[in-house]
Design a protein around this ligand. Structure first.
Ligand SMILES: [Zn+2]
Length: 96
């Protein structure tokens, strides 16, 4: 009979995510717990630029329960209205 009373230790790991959206580059920390672990297999939006459809790509471990990750976006979503992002004049051309 094991007496493992409910552990109050925090489950999960933290991901230090860097947004790969052009012109954003926002870094934020995302805590992955068993409750939201599906974020790793679904898409999410960047909390700063608000672009949706980002894939979380783990990029290696950088510490104890701390991982680096990148938020990748599909290049094909041209329907996304990004009017106003005129900070990068010449990096758009290389995508075509
Ligand atoms: Zn972003």
């Amino acid at each position: 009979m094991k007496s493992n009373g409910k552990s109050t230790e925090v489950q999960g790991v933290a991901y230090r995510v860097a947004c790969q959206n052009r012109g954003c580059g926002h870094r934020f920390e995302l805590r992955i717990t068993p409750q939201n672990a599906k974020l790793l297999s679904e898409t999410m939006a960047c909390p700063r630029c608000g672009r949706r459809g980002g894939f979380l790509k783990p990029d290696g471990r950088i510490g104890d329960k701390l991982f680096a990750a990148r938020l990748f976006f599909k290049l094909t979503s041209t329907s996304y209205g990004n009017a106003g992002s005129n900070e990068e004049p010449d990096s758009i051309a290389e995508a075509y």
